[in-house]
Design a protein around this ligand. Structure first.
Ligand code: ADP
Ligand code: MG
Length: 388
């Protein structure tokens, strides 16, 4: 079954589409043939509008409506091109996460979230059924709705030998980890979002991220600012927990520090490296498999390796999933589970990985041009292997 999964993460840097062929087995061992993945740019206007929407900014219902439609159309174009390119124009369905514009956390719990990217536009363009809104059901059931990466990660980690504590880490806008110990999955805090926001603000939007860590490399970590940033209570909350750009917005970094841009970026890069390493430390993790755009920042990975000490820092390529494609395939997997009536969140140390008491089937399905026919329910997966 060929599934196109797509997501634009909290970095709002582009639409990641991954096309994969999933095979189910009666014993719960899934296979994934990774047919291909690509990141498509948002149009300059839509990207600008999305960035303008970020907290602490306010907006209008009109703007949300417009952006829902415009992002939906751009996602539709990206998905349709990826299906042509990687699957000869033929896929069974699409899974679209959309663009998160708000992750509502109150009283230490997710209460809801809003993703833009009108699925009807994707159905209209591709004629295919679309699974969307993949977080809401888990949140309604008392879960965090995030990170969903744990679903794929636990299946990838299954059966690895020797049996040692391992973690998968995604360095997107926010950083999330999945630990074999438990298992547990949670957001550790910022990965790139503060670095990106600081650079964008300082350059008036001319530069949007720290290409190859050049700014961080030329700056010096400011211990005072770092200590202040580390006093944020989120870092000490027990998992399951999730966060977003509402907490780690431009407001979290105090203005008027007098620091140069390189020093600020060096400090924020250090903050990510420390908070990720500290989150893993209590679990005795021996190997970390990283993915996400942060892997392309050699200063970030070097500082992370420094704080991880003797723990090995590798990448998701070890599992056959390129670092920039993993989240797209994750969406494909979540939709594949929904399509087969299987819960999209796995069991965790207590309840589910996201903190719901038990797992729910995720998402909504928009019918395609043909009548909607779902297969008989499948079995809960125990492992996933990427095959050639
Ligand atoms: N070559 C690079 N050098 C430094 N940072 C990079 C590079 N490529 C990507 N990044 C960082 O990764 C971010 C995108 O990561 P991604 O995994 O797509 O995050 P998200 O899932 O939030 O969209 C960019 O905004 C940037 O901060
Ligand atoms: Mg991205």
């Amino acid at each position: 079954m060929i599934v196109a999964g797509c997501i634009s993460g909290t970095s709002i840097d582009g639409i990641d589409v991954a096309v994969g062929e999933f095979g189910g087995a009666a014993d719960g061992r899934l296979t994934l043939r990774a047919l291909g993945a690509r990141t498509f740019s948002w149009s300059a206007q839509v990207r600008r509008d999305l960035l303008e929407l970020l907290p602490p900014a306010t907006t209008t219902v009109e703007q949300i409506c417009r952006l829902d439609v415009l992002t939906g159309r751009e996602i539709a174009a990206a998905v349709s091109r990826a299906i042509d390119e990687f699957a000869g124009g033929a896929a069974d369905f699409v899974v679209s996460h959309g663009q998160t514009v708000f992750h509502w956390v109150a009283d230490g719990r997710s209460q809801g979230g809003l993703q833009l990217g009108q699925p009807a536009a994707i159905v209209e363009r591709t004629g295919l059924p679309v699974v969307s809104d993949v977080r809401s059901r888990d949140i309604a059931a008392g879960g965090q709705g995030a990170p969903l990466a744990g679903t794929l990660d636990v299946l990838l980690l299954h059966g690895m030998t020797p049996v040692i504590p391992r973690a998968l880490l995604n360095l997107g806008g926010i950083a999330n980890v999945t630990l074999s110990d438990g298992p547990l999955a949670f957001d550790t805090g910022p990965a790139n979002c503060l670095i990106d926001a600081t650079i964008a603000a300082a350059t008036g939007g001319k530069q949007l991220y720290d290409e190859s860590g050049r700014l961080a490399a030329s700056g010096k970590v400011d211990r005072r600012l770092l200590t202040h940033l580390l006093s944020e209570p989120y870092y000490r909350l027990p998992p399951p927990k999730s966060t977003g750009r509402e907490l780690f917005s431009g407001d979290y970094v105090p203005s008027g520090t007098g620091l140069s841009l390189p020093d600020l970026v060096a400090t924020l890069t250090e903050l990510t490296a420390i908070t990720v390493a500290e989150a893993l430390r209590p679990h005795g993790v021996r190997e970390v498999y990283a993915s996400g755009g942060g892997v392309h920042n050699p200063i970030l990975t070097a500082r992370l390796q420094h704080h991880l000490g003797t723990t090995g820092l590798l990448t998701s390529d070890r599992f056959g999933l390129p670092v920039d494609a993993k989240e797209g395939y994750l969406m494909g997997l979540i939709g594949y589970l929904t399509w087969h009536g299987i819960p999209g969140v796995l069991a965790g140390a207590s309840g589910t990985l996201t903190g719901a008491d038990h797992a729910r089937v995720l998402g909504r399905i928009s019918p395609g041009d043909a009548p909607l026919r779902l297969p008989d329910p499948g079995v809960r997966p125990v492992a996933l292997r990427v095959v050639d």
